[in-house]
Design a protein around this ligand. Structure first.
Ligand SMILES: C[S@@+](CC[C@H](N)C(=O)[O-])C[C@H]1O[C@@H](n2cnc3c(N)ncnc32)[C@H](O)[C@@H]1O
Length: 187
């Protein structure tokens, strides 16, 4: 595949600005009507002092909760491929004084997160969008500590598809799974 074609393929993961804004509005309504995120993240295994990566952070709904859980001694990298996500997260950092959060604009599957720093990488409601799961999962492995974990969910794809993509990549093994998410260990 030519470089041009491969770049085009990657770009298709990035939604339009209008699409991002609509998603943000929808999330605000959902979070107002069904405030489930706080309860959900309690099961992710995040503790004070940890380094967490919110991969595909969108408008930072989870980033905010992770920031609180890891506290002053921890760190959260909020990674997204969309500039508007980074802008919204930056606004939230300013508004809520989230000094432990660092937003990073991803370039394709290059997140900019240093090697093997993450205790927990969370890829929530985004894996189903990814066109090249193996390349994506390789990047997640690169940024995860050897004894770190990946928390990943299905989003809009069947569980069997999620599992197949993870196992076919060769980069992760599935440690546990619940209806809500899977926890994976790097190989
Ligand atoms: C449906 S939103 C979910 C946002 C957030 N995780 C949540 O659950 O509130 C998916 C997000 O993944 C981001 N995304 C898609 N492909 C990506 C990639 N290759 N690298 C980083 N972020 C990506 C999108 O820009 C979007 O913000």
């Amino acid at each position: 595949m030519s470089i041009r074609k491969s770049a085009k393929k990657r770009d298709s993961e990035k939604m339009s600005d209008a699409g991002f804004r609509s998603m943000n509005t929808l999330f605000r309504i959902i979070d107002f009507l069904f405030p489930y995120i706080e309860k959900r993240v309690r099961k992710f295994g995040i503790e004070e002092g940890m380094t967490v990566v919110d991969y595909g952070c969108g408008p930072g709904r989870y980033t905010m909760k992770f920031s609180k859980l890891v506290g002053e001694t921890g760190k959260v990298y909020a990674v997204d491929i969309h500039e508007l996500a980074i802008q919204v997260v930056n606004n939230k950092i300013g508004k809520h004084s989230l000094e432990n959060v660092e937003p990073l604009l991803a370039d394709g599957y290059n997140s900019g997160v240093p090697d093997h720093v993450a205790d927990v990488v969370c890829a929530i409601d985004m894996f189903f969008i990814i066109k090249n799961p193996t390349a994506f999962l390789r990047e997640l492995k690169r940024i995860t500590k050897r004894d770190g974990i990946l928390v990943i969910d299905d989003g809009h794809q069947p569980r069997e598809e999620t599992k197949r993509k993870i196992l076919d990549s060769g980069h992760w093994t599935i440690q546990t799974e619940s209806r809500d998410h899977l926890k994976c260990k790097p190989t």
